[in-house]
Design a protein around this ligand. Sequence first.
Ligand SMILES: NC(=O)C1=CN([C@@H]2O[C@H](COP(=O)(O)OP(=O)(O)OC[C@H]3O[C@@H](n4cnc5c(N)ncnc54)[C@H](O)[C@@H]3O)[C@@H](O)[C@H]2O)[C@@H](O)CC1
Ligand SMILES: [K+]
Length: 495
Amino acid sequence: MSILQGQYTHNLPQIAYCAQEVKLHEEQAALNSGTTLSELMQRAGHALFELARNRAVKNILIFTGKGNNAGDGFMLAKRCLHAQIHVTVCALFEPSLLKGDAAEAYQLFCRSGGRVVSLRSCIDHSYDAIVDAVFGTGFRGDLPEQVKEAFNHFKSSKAWKLAVDIPSGVNGTTAEVSPDSFQADTTLTFIALKQGMLTGNAPNLCGELLLADLGVADAFAELSHTNCCYPGGKYLRSLRPVRAADSYKNQCGHVLLVGGGKGMAGAIRLAAEACLRTGAGLVSVATHPENQSAVLHGRYELMVHGVAIAAELEALLNKADVVVIGPGLGQDAWAKKMYAAVKKYQGLVVCDADGLNLLAQSHLPWHRAILTPHFGEAKRLLGNSTFNTSKRFEMAEQLSAEYAACIVLKGPGSLIVDGKRININRSGCSAMASAGMGDVLSGIIAGLLAQGLSRFEAATLGVYIHGLAAEQAARDGQLGTLASDLFVHIRGIMG
Ligand SMILES: NC(=O)C1=CN([C@@H]2O[C@H](COP(=O)(O)OP(=O)(O)OC[C@H]3O[C@@H](n4cnc5c(N)ncnc54)[C@H](O)[C@@H]3O)[C@@H](O)[C@H]2O)[C@@H](O)CC1
Ligand SMILES: [K+]
């Protein structure tokens, strides 16, 4: 099927752009491909129509806005009229506000016999599909009240919900999400992936994500810039360390995990076991003397040291290739002594949990570290910074610059930022809100670092393995997924 016949794909590219970048270059990309923006709008309408037809939609409601996103909606509506699909277009803004290609699309719809209606006249009917053609790449800020009212009215409708380009309410550049945004089952996005759709709460609002490049992908890629990648599973799996047949344990890296304050043996044990399962050759634990036998119990591959004073820890640090600090560490005097000793360590460090909370008290950079904050920890690390912390990209980039570290900002669509490079992880539930999940992630990343992966690779592959293992564990049908349920899956994914 050619582009002109409305092609779209489930195979998403491994690169994403700011929504502004798409807006900036779409016209030139069209010209360089021998076409026009008006033709692109027709292609967008055609792709939407093919998608609706493949779903055997019979009775469709389309909400329209005042920009070109609405133009795509009118193109879809016109095709529905011609195909004798019952279509209702509810204009949430006066059509007289439409300009250029969108105004022309509206005229075409009217000339085909279409009429727009108000929200009041469509709320008492039911539809098998509801389409959001209100805002796309031009959206900023919060949704206007009449748009919220329309979306809220159909919130519990069982209709299939399709977002045109981006669900209205999602900022395609920053990933900020307005309250009452459109909750799509499917989003058909155009030309290129927009980074703001891929992280935080935005992926939940997009539902299944499809792409129609409208035949201008190559021209667009030549014109546009991005430092944001969206690596696929095949690439990520290619990063897995491979063990030579004649290797021995001392060649596979030695990780030292520091944590487990009084009465908190579980977190460090989870992190240490994740490290073993990811393939680290030797795994040592430095924990409060009270926890020594609890951490060792049942996992005799670990070397567990009860450590009371900094000098004991320093001796262990000298033997380690990679250090993890934070799981179950606490913030008492013992924890502060351990943290201070690790902060002086010159090698690679993964810092999580209370390690991050102690770091937030000093705000000192940590070269060679990977920091793995969730949203709350990230806010603490940024202190009294006044910028809007719902902007995930800015937040992660600022953390990376301030701490000179690689940042893993956890959450659905985890962001991995190292200097100027940004990855968005594809796995949906890398930071499931259950006890111990973060500890397992820090252990996986350290295990990968120990086997020679770069910070960026270890963080990227680590988040992928963790997310995939969590998804697989959840699919097993347990009531709640336990962090330790991930272990068996980690082995499978590591191959
Ligand atoms: N011919 C073209 O230019 C093409 C455009 N495309 C579509 O056009 C879209 C982009 O079009 P536009 O640049 O017109 O942008 P939008 O259609 O997203 O709308 C922008 C309009 O909404 C207003 N607006 C933004 N945020 C608002 C808020 N919080 N409250 C109230 N009003 C707000 C802006 O002032 C502007 O009038 C894409 O997402 C895509 O769907 C595609 O069809 C490809 C071709
Ligand atoms: K939309």
